[in-house]
Ligand binder design. Sequence first.
Ligand SMILES: [Cu+2]
Length: 119
Amino acid sequence: MFVIRHVIGAAAAGLLAASVAGLLAADDGARLDRSGPADVIVAGFAYGPASLRVPAGTAVTWTNEDGAAHTVDAPAGSGPRSGSIASGEAYRFEFAEPGSYEYFCAFHPSMKGVVEVTG
Ligand SMILES: [Cu+2]
């Protein structure tokens, strides 16, 4: 009985380690750690990268390379609110306070992104 439970426990631990490693790998791929300005390209009706991690005080610039206009709108009062960004135009917002800022495009609600601002 003890042996069986031990084997199951080891298998579960292995699975857990594998999924944690997978999550960490996905996390590293989806986010950028960088100081200074950061850039997001808006193209193909998507933000690239959609997930960005920056230190507080970073100015993030969204450049619209699509033919259509887009916005960068965060529901939270302290987040970006770009208004319409025409094709070929850019919008910049400085994230002064740490936090998680989810945003979307007011014209195309399926377009979503997040900026994680570290202290
Ligand atoms: Cu849009």
